[in-house]
Design a protein around this ligand. Structure first.
Ligand SMILES: *Cc1c(COP(=O)(O)O)cnc(C)c1O
Length: 345
């Protein structure tokens, strides 16, 4: 078999949720949008529900519908993009709760699904989703009269503990919700780690569940082992891969691996990335191809059957640094060709 194996540790996932739930002043929800950050919303959602999560967030109604089929009736599923045209049947039939972001969405929801549950999103400075102060002042009384189930906002800079945006958004959220008797939610993973003042009734961790920064104590969830297809000796001065970007500085042993940028291994990280062969770091040699990549295994001293790209030696944030991106993008890029193995559930 030459497809790489992506192992998803559901035990680590649920331990991460339990730790973030315990750290939250109120309840911790679970953000499982984008197929649970690429790791499989059905398996991830069911494991979290079994370990006690009662509230889930997805990005769009289609994700909510799929999650409802996986979870069955019971857990609350919020749709962060709100109520968009054509969503009413999914929202109504499958008991999804749209996070209403604008007056337009509120009218659509009231017209198509009168009396059905909804949440509200307020914009406290990120300028992405939710009602701004002026809009909120105008419709606040009408919106509150319909009994929102939750009022939330989202932090723009929560991963940066000392950013002035955090207390500024907190103050705006407190002002906008003053005197309102409704459950409130502000914190993503970064927000949970800032301070209890950010927690309110419900926290919304995503990346921390999947083992990513800024949750430094997270257990790693994803590991990726890639099969070696072929090994060869190259002499000093020979080159490897497209455009001859790597030249052997010494007699070298090169392994060709069965995965490439079509599997979500970001080509940009090529020159900075390594794989691990047992306890030896083996740098990439040359460009990442579509389905293949080459690594310098000289220092390993033997020809391995597989190498580790994600695992105990190197996590999603290490790869993110190599690619100049964030762990979120490493996870959501993980390829469709991998054999997926769930353990610890
Ligand atoms: C994605 C998202 C989250 C989760 O954020 P993390 O940084 O992954 O913890 C929470 N709330 C909203 C509105 C989001 O879009």
């Amino acid at each position: 078999m030459s497809t790489a194996t992506l192992t998803i540790d559901l035990g680590a996932l649920t331990a991460n949720w339990q730790a973030l739930d315990a750290a939250s002043a109120g309840e911790a929800a679970a953000v499982v949008k984008a197929d649970a950050y690429g790791l499989g919303a059905d398996r991830v959602g069911r494991a979290l529900a079994r370990s006690g999560a009662r509230t889930f967030f997805v990005a769009v109604a289609e994700e909510g519908a799929a999650l409802r089929h996986a979870l069955g009736r019971g857990p609350v599923i919020y749709i962060l993009s709100g109520h968009m045209p054509g969503d009413a049947d999914m929202i109504g039939d499958l008991d999804l709760v749209p996070v209403i972001n604008s007056l337009d969405q509120m009218i659509r929801h009231a017209e198509t699904l009168p009396g059905q549950p909804f949440a509200l999103q307020l914009d406290t400075g990120m300028n992405r989703l939710g009602m701004e102060t002026s809009e909120w002042i105008a419709i606040r009384e009408i919106a509150l009269a319909q009994g929102p189930q939750l009022i939330l906002s989202h932090l723009a800079c929560a991963e940066d503990r000392d950013h002035a945006m955090n207390p500024a958004q907190l103050n705006t959220f407190l002002e906008m919700t003053e005197g309102i008797d409704c459950p409130l939610s502000l914190a993503n993973t970064g927000g949970i780690l800032l301070d209890q003042a950010y927690h309110f009734d419900l926290t919304r961790p995503g990346i921390g569940l999947y083992g990513g920064a800024p949750f430094a104590n997270a257990s790693p969830v994803a590991s990726l082992e890639i099969p070696v297809i072929q090994c060869r000796d190259v002499a000093p001065g020979e080159t490897v891969g497209y455009s001859n970007t790597w030249t052997a500085p010494r007699p070298s042993r090169i392994a060709t691996l069965s995965a490439g940028y079509a599997d979500g291994i970001l080509r940009a990280m090529g020159p900075n990335a390594s794989v691990w062969v047992e306890n030896t770091r083996c740098p990439l040699a040359g460009r990442i191809s579509m389905d293949l990549m080459s690594v310098d295994i000289t220092d390993a001293g033997f020809d391995p059957k597989t190498v580790e790209l994600l695992g105990p030696h190197q996590g999603i944030d290490d790869l993110a640094v190599a690619a100049g991106t964030i762990g979120y993008e490493i996870l959501t890029s993980l390829g469709a060709r991998y054999t997926r193995r769930y353990i610890g559930g």
